[in-house]
Write a protein that binds this ligand. Structure first.
Ligand code: FMN
Length: 185
């Protein structure tokens, strides 16, 4: 990890929110840190306000390695590209599990230590939002509209393929404790 070669420019959350909404459909990154660093692509997320604090909400399936790390640490960092997403980063972080690969190495990520959390940001995806989990709740599929369950959580999937499509998401609401853009010094 390298800090001296980078500077962090504070960003207004309104500007961050606009960029997050633009970038989400192609995928942004949810970083976690346990014994090793991990990052996964997310396409679902929300930036807003709850309980008088700015918050970032993410949705993580039960099967993700990310979930183990997030449950253990209670901290995460969102990394957002300012341009087009990097296809290698998307492939490694969006299709492979941190249980099987070291994503820092496999995706060629340059990690930059966090300010207020023990989770790094990523120089290649410079818009950085540091969060501390204040609430986590597993989604109740029985409370969802049938159409969403049919499409997003289909019943007829061979789970031996590793595609555990029936597993619900856990929603994590993270209080935003810092937000900035990483730039070369
Ligand atoms: C565009 C895109 C969006 C995704 N969005 C999510 C998401 O919001 N939540 C989720 O649990 N998985 C999502 N995934 C799947 C994870 O990124 C993928 O399963 C990843 O390999 C999990 O890594 P991990 O096991 O190291 O946590 C998405 C994948 C892609 C390609």
């Amino acid at each position: 990890m390298s800090e001296r070669t980078f500077v962090k420019e504070k960003v207004a959350l309104g500007d961050a929110a606009k960029r997050v909404m633009e970038a989400l459909p192609a995928g942004i990154l949810l970083n976690t840190q346990g014994e090793k660093f991990n990052s996964m692509v997310i396409g679902w997320g929300a930036i807003g306000t709850v309980w008088r604090s700015a918050a970032f909400t993410v949705y993580v399936r039960q099967s993700r390695f990310t979930k183990e790390l997030l449950d253990a640490s209670g901290e995460f960092v969102i990394s957002v590209p300012l341009g087009d997403p990097d296809p290698v980063i998307n492939q490694v972080c969006g299709r492979q599990s941190g249980r099987d690969v070291d994503k820092e190495e496999a995706a060629g990520l340059t990690l930059v230590p966090g300010n207020k959390v023990n989770v790094p940001g990523i120089a290649e995806y410079p818009l950085t939002i540091e969060c501390k989990v204040v609430y986590a709740q597993k989604q109740e599929l029985s409370e969802l509209p049938e159409e969403i369950v049919r499409v997003i959580y289909p019943e007829k999937v061979d789970e031996s393929t590793g595609k555990a499509y029936r597993d619900a998401h856990t929603m994590y609401i993270g209080e935003i404790v810092d937000a900035y853009v990483i730039r070369k010094a």
